[in-house]
Structure formats: C-alpha cells, structure tokens
Design a protein around this ligand. Sequence first.
Ligand code: NAD
Length: 472
Amino acid sequence: MTNTTKYVSFKNNIFIIGFGSIGEGVLPLILRHINVAPEQITIITADERGHGKANDYKVAFINHALTRENYHDVLGSRLSKGDFVVNVSVDVSCTTLIELCQEKGALYIDTVVEPWAGYYTDPTLTATQRSNYGLRETALALQPKYKNGSTAVLCHGANPGLVNHFVKQALLNVAKDTGANVAKPASREDWGKLAQQLGIKVVHIAERDTQVSDKPKEVDEFVNTWSIDGFCSEGLQPAELGWGTHEKALPPDGLRHASGSDAAIYLNRPGCTTRVRSWTPLEGPYHGFLITHNESISIADYLTLREDGKVSYRPTCHYAYHPCDAAVLSLHEMNGKNGKQQSRQRLMNEEIISGIDELGVLLMGNDKGVYWFGSRLSIDQARGLAPNNNATSLQVTVAVLSGMIWAIENPNRGLVEPEYMDFERVMEIAEPYLGDVVGVWGKWSPLQDRGVLFPEDLDASDPWQFKNIRVV
Ligand code: NAD
C-alpha cells in the first residue's frame, strides 16, 4: 500500500528550478508527503520538457532560463520570506540562488554545487576553481555570513546526499557487527574517532546501475538514466578524492589545492577517463569511474581528526561509478572526441525494461572485511513506489523530499551540509522509497585475483592504498 504520510505542512510558495528527470520525479513526492496545494508550486525551467506533466498536476510552469542577468527579475521578484527554492537544474549558480534566498528569508535545497553555464570549460579558470573542492569552498565561505539564516540544504540528492547519511549508519553497523564497544557519536569528532577506531581507511561511494532499455545506444547518441548534461559536466571536471592519512604517496598526477580544508586532492585529468576498482554485493568486483563529487570531499573532511592542529586521521573517499551500460558506451564515444558531447541525448525512463541501481557506501580497512551499506532499487520497485521516476532518479528525489522536510522542520540553520543534518530523520523518510536497504560484508580487496594478468603498480603490503585501487 502506498505510504501517503504528510510529514509537514507548508503554507508558502515552492519554486522548483529545473524540470528534468529530478524535477519531474520529485513533484509527485512533494505533493504526496508535504501538506501543500498545487497552486503554491511554480516550476521555472529552460525548456518545454514536462510541461504536460506540470499541467496534469495543476502547477504553474514558466519556461524562462535563469541567467546571471535575469535571476533577480525572474525568480527574485516572485520570491517572498518563508518560500522554498528547490534547485534541481543544471547551469544555474547555486551560490547565487543561496544568496538570493538568504536575502529574502527563503528556504533552499540543491543536489550539487552547480555554477553558471560555461564555467567548467572556461580556459581562464584554474583546476581548483573548476573542481568540486573549489566549488564547495565557495559555498562554505557563505556559512559565517548567514549563520542562523534561513536553512539552505547543500547537495542533498542521492550522492551527494543520502550516501553521506549511509556512512553514519554503516559505521554504526560495523561497530555492532564487530562487537566494538562504542557509544553513539554525538559530534563530528566522535564520528571521526569511530571511523578511526574501526580501522576504516577507504570509503567508496560504490554504485552499479544495471538498468537497460530494449533500444540499444546509437552512434552519436549519449544515453543515461539521469541528466546527461549533469553527468558530462562532472565527468569532465578533474577527478577528485578525499585523501586519507594512510596513503603513502600522492599519485604521479595528483595535486593538492593551495587553500581551503586540504581534505582532498585532484588528479590532472578528468574523472570520465579515470577508473578505479570497487565492489558491490550484487555486482561483485567492477571498474568504476572516479567522477568527482561533493561527498568525496565533505565525508573525508567530516571524518578528519586533528592533534595539535595536525591531521591525524582521515579516510580516502571517492566515487566509483559504474553507470548503466549504455552510458559507459556513451562515455567511451565522448572521450574519443576529447569531451565533445554527441549530437543527440536520450534520458531513459519509460523505455527501461529491467535493472537496478545498487547505490551504497563501501567501508574498507576493518579486519572483518569490507562492508557495503546502501539501497538496491529495481526499476519495477521504483515504478510501483512513485510516478515519473526510474530507480536512479527515485534515490535522488526521495533525498530531495527528505531534505525539504528536514529544512521545514529546522528553518533557521543557515547553510548546512548533509553531515550536519539528523541522519536518522532523513533515513526514516527516505527508506520506504529505497527498495532493499541492506548492509553486506564481503571479502573483496583490490588485490584479489590480480594474478599475472593485472600486475600493474601493486603495493601488497597494504591493499587499501589508492595505487592498488586505481586502474592504470
Ligand atoms: P536534466 O538534464 O534532466 O534536467 C535539467 C533541467 O534544468 C532541465 O529541465 C532544464 O530545462 C533545466 N535548466 C537548464 N538550464 C536552466 C536555467 N538556466 N534555468 C532554469 N532551468 C534550467 O537534469 P536532472 O537529471 O533532472 O538533474 C538535475 C540536477 O540534479 C543536475 O544538476 C544534476 O547534476 C543533479 N543531480 C544530482 C544527483 C545527486 O544524487 N546528488 C543525482 C542526479 C542529478
């Protein structure tokens, strides 16, 4: 039976910026779980996609792309104190919209720190500026200015977002399963101490999407289960990873940033051409792409411990993404043209015939083995749970919903990263939409079965070195 719990009431207006796969998917969840009328909701987007669906739900639809020049007129003139901006667009600067919301006293949520269009390919910008590390620093720099301002939830999709909360649940589960005698952490430092005590050296966001359509990818076409523009943008940013204290040496192409938290490094190459070894329970071992993501940096930063001002513990943390098979072929074709996207895009939704999105966090370093905790959501489960969604989008849209509810319940927190939210409240709302939420132990290591065929660059003395994980 469908869960129709109304978690909160909302009396003001909601503006959904962008109405692609995530916007279309989150709208029915908002109407189902927040006590709000369709007349309170306005979509502002840059094309006609979803106009018919907006009409079906009786919500206003404005096709007017936001730009640096017009956002004050188009959005600001409609926005009042207590409203909510749900930013699920591409090419719209998050920090600009956050500042607008702070000026107006409006709530805000996004799923990624997105800059204005053209930013990622601007040759005048440094790699740090184009990195998620740099973008995160620009958002965090606003925190002191808007302390106790209206709540702006940063980066609360599936990943970043849900997976940041999965890490906490996974740490508690590892502690329980290994008989570690620990109290539930009450502070950032406590979580870092728990991760350290459990011997966690590496955290992967380990995702395998097996959704397929009955229509094969064509030549000169990019096919994916979520935003193709969003995926290509992040894929072409430098590969980035939170950099752990157990790592013996920087990768040959690894670089540190000159300022900021120093929690992460970047590689002098894009993530869509950088592969890593990882493992999920259903897929087993696989090669994923080291696509940069905000959570690679924020999780590593959150779990960092310092003694006398010096970093004493931090796990390595990064994404290991195996997108749907059609997207792997699409990336291969795009990489051959040095990042020039194909002339056609196909975002798969109704045409998907089978598959799951297996999305979780993989904790490595504990003596008992590796521990994966996450969501296994099939396309059939997703369709049964909510309209307008595939398995990938539902993991994101339910995170947006739960982040919105948390913000309405906690309206004066200023800018907040997922790690600083109540993870149990978020999980309570999201879990009914995540299919099978499971924790599984495994014996995998990146050295497993390498034999004579894959001998490259091994450090047998510590399996959890990045050089063992990276595919060269
Ligand atoms: P999509 O490509 O399907 O849709 C993007 C939408 O943005 C479109 O409706 C487009 O018209 C709109 N848009 C583009 N330029 C705009 C502008 N200037 N003003 C207003 N609207 C504009 O993308 P999607 O799959 O719906 O993803 C939306 C966002 O969510 C992307 O930034 C993506 O990276 C992010 N995302 C995050 C996660 C996560 O887990 N954190 C997962 C999926 C997507």
